[in-house]
Design a protein around this ligand. Structure first.
Ligand code: DX5
Ligand code: ZN
Length: 220
């Protein structure tokens, strides 16, 4: 199968101590660091952008998995590449006309490309991006409405994960929102292999235990 990637969402970290929070998560066994970039327009919340990624990059070599909850993702490709982002995942809802250009520019700047979809967006909308001659490297199935950490996992989104896994056996399929020890089995058995988890990891007394529970469930 496809390798498990456990990606703590730094949205749940102490942003004032981002470097030490990142270091702590890597020590606890994280594979990737999930970075939620929001513009206050695509979602009703505002977080970080390229300057913060650039600052964090000076403190870590980790894979920075950037999730762009923004209306104009193309504007962020060059700044994020320069800042040291590793993965760039844009939303399909705002990329109907320029996804080919987005994938091309993301990859040409040395980043991995991903496409995300909100809970209400039909899975068929990402097929062309996966089947393209220049395809995305990852599909991110949102398991909550994007914008905030700490929301409840939506089990109905698992139909989309199952559908993707059946069609694309080796695709990286990421899930994001409400994942933790009580919801990971649903996501893992549906076929997700990249697991984003914010509040369940940062809120745990022993984050390393939560990270290993998530990993073991995916690798089972
Ligand atoms: C939500 C973000 C998520 C969020 C997940 O819009 O995309 O990455 O941080 O947080 P939890 O795991 O707490 O749902
Ligand atoms: Zn996210």
């Amino acid at each position: 199968g496809v390798a498990a990637k456990i990606a703590p969402s730094m949205l749940s970290s102490d942003f004032a101590n981002l470097a030490s929070e990142a270091e702590r998560m890597l020590k606890f066994g994280a594979d990737w660091l999930h970075m939620d970039i929001m513009d206050g327009h695509f979602v009703p919340n505002l977080t970080i952008g390229a300057p913060v990624i650039e600052s964090l990059r000076k403190h870590t070599k980790a894979y920075l998995d950037c999730h762009l909850m923004v209306t104009n993702p193309l504007d962020y490709v060059e700044p994020l590449a320069k800042a040291g982002a590793s993965g760039f995942t844009f939303h399909v809802e705002v990329s109907k006309d320029n996804w080919q250009q987005l994938i091309q520019e993301i990859k040409s700047k040395g980043m991995k490309s991903g496409v995300a979809l909100k809970p209400g967006t039909p899975i068929e909308e990402v097929y062309p991006l996966v089947e393209s001659e220049n395809p995305v490297d990852l599909v991110l199935v949102m398991t909550v409405e994007p914008g905030f950490g700490g929301q409840k996992f939506m089990p109905e989104t698992m139909d989309k994960v199952r559908n993707l896994r059946q069609k694309y056996p080796s695709l990286d399929i990421e899930v994001d929102g409400g994942l933790g020890p009580s919801t990971i089995d649903a996501a893992a058995s549906a076929g997700a292999n990249c697991i984003v988890a914010g509040s369940s990891v940062f809120g745990a007394p022993e984050p390393s235990e939560v990270i290993s529970i998530l990993r073991n469930s995916v690798e089972e």
